[in-house]
Design a protein around this ligand. Structure first.
Ligand code: HEC
Length: 109
């Protein structure tokens, strides 16, 4: 009835391996551009780039979004604010195809 030690070992090992695999971070980069480095510094301290690159916003919406993040604590040099809004609104526009999220877990099918 009881699992042999070898089987138990294999089972535990598999469980750990699966858990580790599921937690492997998927690195998502911000779009290439002049403001990429500054955006990385200012915008990926609290959350990663996923939440940003999945957006499809108008310039007016990016304008609000950047100000909202500044109010929430993003450190943006005032002289970089407009350039950041410009960067995001040129790269992540409503006419782009929808973002396809990468899955962190490997497909089981
Ligand atoms: C001080 C922490 C902090 C920084 C820095 C920050 N954000 Fe956020 N951001 C948040 C939080 C908190 C949320 C909400 C997360 C959630 O809903 O899971 C969020 C959510 C977002 C969202 C999703 C839409 C929304 O409004 O909830 C976008 C887009 C976004 N941030 C963009 C940015 C950009 C662009 C920057 C750089 C200018 C930035 N963030 C910097 C804290 C931050």
């Amino acid at each position: 009835m009881f699992m042999s030690k070898a089987k138990l070992f294999t089972f535990c090992w598999l469980a750990i391996a699966l858990a580790a695999n599921a937690q492997r971070p998927v690195t998502v980069e911000l779009p290439a551009g002049q403001m990429q480095n500054k955006a990385r510094t200012a915008c990926t301290t609290c959350h990663d780039a996923h939440i940003i690159v999945q957006q499809r916003l108008s310039k007016a919406a990016w304008d609000k979004e950047v100000d909202k993040m500044i109010k929430w604590g993003a450190i943006v040099n005032p002289s970089d604010r407009d350039a950041l809004v410009e960067y995001f609104s040129q790269q992540l526009t409503p006419d782009q195809p929808a973002y396809v999220a990468q899955r962190s877990a490997r497909s089981m099918h």
